[in-house]
Design a binder for this molecule. Structure first.
Ligand code: GDP
Length: 197
């Protein structure tokens, strides 16, 4: 699946621009700078994401990529930059909630958390949104290369405590690093199971 080209086919700012999905979708969400672009690049190959504009300061949008017409990866806007006004943040939260709640083809959200940073208030808000929208989500720890093994074990335990309380969460936390390649094959294999044959 990941050997094939990952094609950008849609970027939207308004859900009115979004049609009904035909293929299963997996969405990637996380704080700005969590390593989302790097993870998507690691998963899908170098040229991936050349077309996105999910850099801080630029217009926020939902970007859709097709993998071999069998699976769609949805790049959700990174949340949590301080510069965004309260009004903009609220408006995006509403848009995200509407998207998450009314998307039957959305199979799972991968919620990225930076292994080096504590879980922040806006991560908890995102988790709350996912629970309320009743969308299954799975926590992915990013940048695991930057922690020692004992620190990583401690971190996983800490995040596990949070995850265990969430009705919509998958219990299995995945440890990844775009830099070392840790967890990338495992994540690919999981995503391939959600693709149409
Ligand atoms: P995004 O804003 O979530 O798309 O984050 P980026 O993918 O642009 O990465 C943000 C920063 O984290 C960049 O400086 C990356 O070099 C760094 N980064 C991303 N992935 C990793 C990783 O696996 N390990 C380490 N050590 N740094 C990473």
């Amino acid at each position: 699946l990941f050997a094939s080209e990952c094609k950008f086919f849609l970027g939207i700012q308004d859900l009115k621009q979004l049609g009904e999905g035909q293929l299963p979708e997996i969405a990637f969400s996380g704080r700005s700078n969590v390593g989302k672009s790097s993870l998507l690049n690691a998963l899908a190959g170098q040229n991936f994401l050349a077309r996105t504009s999910s850099r801080p300061g630029r217009t926020q949008q939902l970007n859709f990529f097709s993998l071999a017409n069998r699976l769609v990866l949805v790049d959700m806007p990174g949340y949590g930059y301080a510069e965004a006004s309260k009004k903009v943040k609220e408006s995006w939260q509403n848009t995200m909630f509407t998207f998450l709640r009314a998307r039957p083809v959305l199979k799972r959200v991968l919620l990225l958390l930076d292994a080096r940073i504590e879980v922040k208030q806006n991560d908890l808000q995102m988790i709350d949104l996912l629970n309320r929208a009743a969308v299954s989500f799975q926590v992915i720890l990013t940048k695991c290369d930057s922690l020692s093994q004992p620190a990583l074990v401690a971190k996983t335990g800490e995040v596990n405590k949070i995850v265990a309380k969430q009705p919509a969460a998958y219990p299995h936390i995945m440890l990844t690093s775009s830099k070392s390649g840790q967890g990338i094959d495992e994540l690919r294999a999981q995503l391939a199971q959600l693709a149409i044959p």
